[in-house]
Design a binder for this molecule. Structure first.
Ligand SMILES: NC(=O)c1ccc[n+]([C@@H]2O[C@H](COP(=O)([O-])OP(=O)(O)OC[C@H]3O[C@@H](n4cnc5c(N)ncnc54)[C@H](OP(=O)(O)O)[C@@H]3O)[C@@H](O)[C@H]2O)c1
Length: 224
């Protein structure tokens, strides 16, 4: 499968590297072709790896993974171009963290809206599936970094798109029992707001290698 990974940061690099290792074709997208980090990634990865602008990557990818800074994701996806996103799944990993007033960050959108919903509204022909945003990027692609079973969330308005993303999550090592389907994209209000807890737990543990496990009475340890 051809993937566009939008973003050159830690998450973009980690997701692109994993997708590439799984045998996919990956183009890393950034604000302008020739971004130093994207060029270095593509060169290091070799065959099936390339880089380009957000628009070039989105045109290339059959699936899009949004790994841009959340406060800039709408701009990045606008630059990617609505036509290049139409009909495609956008796996949205971004969190709308605003560090402009220091640490801990605030959320630039919350309560009665979310970044996931904003992206879906901005690109109604795309199928936004929010997932993996509640854990560190190394854990996203290697759940065994945290021992035992632990949970991640998936949400989005298109059931077929979510099913496809479950397949991608399985490629990353997540079993179905670990994935909680929260329903429509407005569930992202909850998973994005969870970052208030995540950043504080990071301070408590002094490590990003942690996750929660949800258990529901009478449902054999899983909520979906
Ligand atoms: N780090 C994690 O483990 C983790 C875990 C869960 C979710 N997330 C979320 O995943 C996303 C990526 O995180 P990250 O840690 O890799 O890096 P990040 O610093 O949050 O984002 C880096 C990416 O955003 C782009 N960007 C910054 N300003 C931009 C703008 N004005 N217009 C367009 N693009 C812009 C950067 O491009 P330039 O290089 O050109 O500046 C870079 O490609 C974030 O939304 C984050 O909240 C991160």
């Amino acid at each position: 499968m051809k993937y566009a990974v939008l973003g050159t940061g830690m998450v973009g690099q980690t997701i692109a590297t994993k997708l590439h290792a799984l045998g996919h074709e990956v183009m890393m997208g950034s604000r302008a072709r020739g971004h130093e980090k994207a060029v270095a990634w593509a060169k290091g990865a070799g065959d099936r790896a390339s880089e380009g602008s957000f628009a070039e990557a989105a045109a290339f990818g059959e699936r899009i993974v949004n790994c841009t800074a959340g406060v800039h994701s709408l701009a990045a996806l606008a630059a990617a171009g609505d036509d290049n996103l139409a009909g495609k799944i956008i796996v949205d990993i971004a969190n709308p963290l605003d560090f402009s007033r220091g640490f801990p960050p605030t959320l630039s959108v919350c309560n009665d809206d979310s970044l996931g919903e904003q992206i879906q509204r901005a690109h109604p022909k795309a199928k936004v599936v929010k997932t993996l945003n509640t854990i560190n990027c190394l854990l996203m692609v290697d759940p065994s970094r945290v021992p035992g079973s632990h949970s991640i969330f998936v949400c989005g308005d298109d059931a077929g798109a979510k099913e496809e993303v479950l397949g991608l999550l399985a490629e990353f090592g997540w079993s179905r029992g670990q994935v909680i389907d929260g329903g429509g994209i407005s569930f992202a209000r909850g998973t994005e707001a969870y970052l208030h807890l995540w950043v504080r737990l990071y301070g408590v543990f002094q490590s990003p290698d942690f996750n929660v496990e949800l258990k529901v009475a009478g449902k054999a340890g899983q909520a979906s």
